[in-house]
Design a protein around this ligand. Structure first.
Ligand SMILES: Nc1ncnc2c1ncn2[C@@H]1O[C@H](COP(=O)(O)OP(=O)(O)O)[C@@H](O)[C@H]1O
Ligand SMILES: Cc1ncc(COP(=O)(O)OP(=O)(O)O)c(N)n1
Length: 271
């Protein structure tokens, strides 16, 4: 049976990030995509010029209506915007018994524009981090969640991933896209075992808009179809690397362009 995969996230009209990227990823990886919108953004590859939040009560209404009808096999959470929306999503996770929840704690777009209010970071840490089955912070987000400085190498990433487990995360995929170097390495940390590294060649492209959205969505789409999170993360990373490899073929704007889902169609045997 095709798994139902839900994204709870904001809209990106450029199609590179947010629900648009999530739904493309779900489809490419054999999931049936569903979406609950938390915000509209006015956004292109050149940046974000505005955010129009959906009221928390209406986020909850979307969730209740959908989940009273359909069974969801995995959930990806992206941009939430403010504390009220975070609280609404946290209580819906409990009330509807959502599982296979992948939290991408989106805070700031690559263009530098804020997508989460600074005062809402504590609510992400306290309300959502412990409820998610996997969190996928990038290095600035990890630092914000821990109230620490941003780290810049793998040993320090291992230590920070461990501290994210200490504050209540069930699993952490700490993404190393912001590191320098020839490879782009992410670390998967779970309690009781040493972190596993997932490494890919660092591709020489400026077109990395939506890489975090794509990776977390790919994990959510694959998790119900694979034995465990390790397998889902391993394939999701490969999917993202292929989508990034062909990003320069697109012509979606003048700024940091999106990754190319078509070329990453899975299994990757005919391109
Ligand atoms: N130039 C690149 N080449 C290959 N992989 C990359 C590149 N840039 C980012 N990635 C990968 O994309 C994913 C998201 O990266 P990151 O930039 O850390 O997160 P975010 O998009 O949330 O800021 C990670 O798996 C990272 O390793
Ligand atoms: C609506 C919306 N949601 C999330 C993001 C951030 O996406 P991300 O995958 O982290 O990619 P960048 O924006 O960092 O390139 C977004 N921009 N818009």
């Amino acid at each position: 049976m095709t798994p139902n995969i839900l994204t709870i996230a904001g809209s990106d009209p450029s199609g590179g990030a947010g629900i648009q990227a999530d739904l493309k990823t779900f489809s490419a990886l054999g999931g049936y995509g569903m979406s609950v919108l938390t915000a509209l953004t006015a956004q292109a590859t050149t940046g974000v010029t505005g955010v129009f939040p959906v009221p928390a009560e209406f986020v909850r209404a979307q969730l209740d209506t959908l989940l009273s009808d359909a069974k969801v096999d995995a959930v990806k959470i992206g941009m939430l915007g403010d504390t009220d929306v975070i609280n609404a999503v946290a209580s819906a996770i409990d009330d509807h018994g959502l599982h296979n929840v992948v939290l991408d704690p989106v805070m700031v777009a690559k263009s530098g524009d804020r997508l989460l209010a600074v005062e809402a970071i504590a609510a992400v840490r306290d309300q959502l981090v412990p409820r998610a089955d996997l969190i996928t912070p990038n290095l600035p987000e990890s630092a914000e969640l821990l109230g620490e400085d941003e780290v810049h190498d793998l040993p320090a990433m291992r230590a920070q991933a461990g501290r994210l487990l200490d504050i209540g995360a069930k699993r952490v995929l700490l993404k190393g896209g912001h590191l320098a170097g020839e490879s782009s390495t992410d670390l998967l940390a779970e309690p009781g075992s040493s972190p596993q590294a997932f490494s890919a060649e660092r591709l020489p492209t400026k077109n990395t808009h939506g890489t975090g959205c794509t990776l977390s969505s790919a994990i959510a789409a694959l998790r119900p179809q694979r034995r465990d999170f390790y397998e889902a993360v391993r394939e999701a990373k490969d999917y993202l690397t292929e989508a990034l490899r062909y990003a320069d073929d697109l012509n979606a704007g003048r700024g940091k362009g999106p990754v190319h889902h078509f070329h990453a169609l899975w299994p990757a045997d005919d391109h």
